[in-house]
Ligand binder design. Structure first.
Ligand SMILES: NC(=O)c1ccc[n+]([C@@H]2O[C@H](COP(=O)([O-])OP(=O)(O)OC[C@H]3O[C@@H](n4cnc5c(N)ncnc54)[C@H](O)[C@@H]3O)[C@@H](O)[C@H]2O)c1
Length: 256
């Protein structure tokens, strides 16, 4: 229970990788805020029901659109009122599976902008919103979801891959800025993962589903639970001297 009593916000925590990370941080003793545009409160109720008897963790669901400054600040205000502040932020919310795949010239401009608003600006707005509280509490941990596609030069979703490259850069530079405040900033780069978003758009990903397992040293499908341990480590005291890093969790496919 290395996160006992810590308060963790997980954006996009209502499904897929975010939900698996939220459940793991709760098992480590943290109070969780699920910040999502869909099913935030329902997910909080489901995760609460799944907690082991006797746990002191509380799970709160709050509707929040990470691309909206107002929505993020409102969510952070509720977190302060409810829990007094925040120690951990997992910037997981992003557009991926629903984005257009194909040659880069064909990506609709509106979609390019929207991907950057959610994936990059959203990560910035949420990080900015929590920093004051983390400073007041003497430190904190921010974990950003990047992607293995950045290190492999994966084609056909250039807006998405570029947005995740920005997350690696953001992680490094913010770690340098926030080190003096004892706020650690790291990233996880998952491989292709059978998340809810991917499963709901499986027709779009037939090639990736067919090929990804065989591209790995550990030749099987990646599932959201595969990311949970890495997130727990980066949020916790075991990673107390780790910052600015991107940990690839993909069964040994991209060697970063
Ligand atoms: N699934 C993969 O193969 C894969 C691979 C590498 C990286 N990732 C990254 O992992 C993270 C999670 O991916 P996933 O596949 O589990 O996604 P998912 O589609 O299963 O879930 C994403 C969640 O984010 C929420 N969300 C979307 N827009 C939002 C917004 N504006 N504000 C708040 N919440 C919002 C959705 O409602 C959803 O609950 C993303 O950052 C993604 O880029 C995924």
């Amino acid at each position: 229970m290395e996160l006992l009593g810590k308060v963790a916000i997980v954006t996009g925590g209502a499904s897929g990788i975010g939900r698996a990370i939220a459940a793991e941080l709760a098992r480590a003793g943290a109070h969780i805020v699920i910040a999502d545009v869909t099913r935030a409160e329902e997910t909080a109720a489901e995760l609460t029901a799944a907690l082991p008897d006797g746990t002191s963790s509380r799970v709160l669901g709050r509707h929040a659109d990470v691309s909206s400054e107002h929505s993020v600040e409102e969510m952070m205000g509720e977190v302060r009122r409810h829990f007094g502040g925040v120690d951990i932020l997992v910037n997981n919310a992003a557009l991926f599976a629903e984005t257009t795949g194909g040659p880069f010239e064909t990506i609709p401009l509106d979609e390019w902008r929207r991907v950057f608003e959610v994936n990059v600006l959203g990560t910035y707005l949420c990080s900015r919103a929590v920093t004051g509280s983390m400073r007041e509490r003497g430190g904190g941990a921010i974990v950003n979801l990047a992607s293995g596609t950045v290190f492999k030069g994966v084609p056909w979703r250039l807006h998405y891959v570029t947005s995740k490259g920005a997350i690696v850069a953001f992680t490094r530079s913010l770690a340098s800025e926030l080190g003096p405040d004892n706020i650690r900033v790291n990233a996880i780069a998952p491989g292709f993962t059978m998340s809810d978003g991917v499963l709901a758009n499986a027709d779009e990903f037939t090639d990736s589903i067919r090929r990804s397992a065989s591209s790995r040293s550990l030749a099987r499908d990646e599932v959201p639970a595969d990311l949970a341990g890495a997130a727990r480590f980066l949020c916790g005291p075991g990673a107390g001297f780790v910052t600015g890093q991107t940990l690839v969790v993909d069964g040994g496919s991209a060697f970063h």
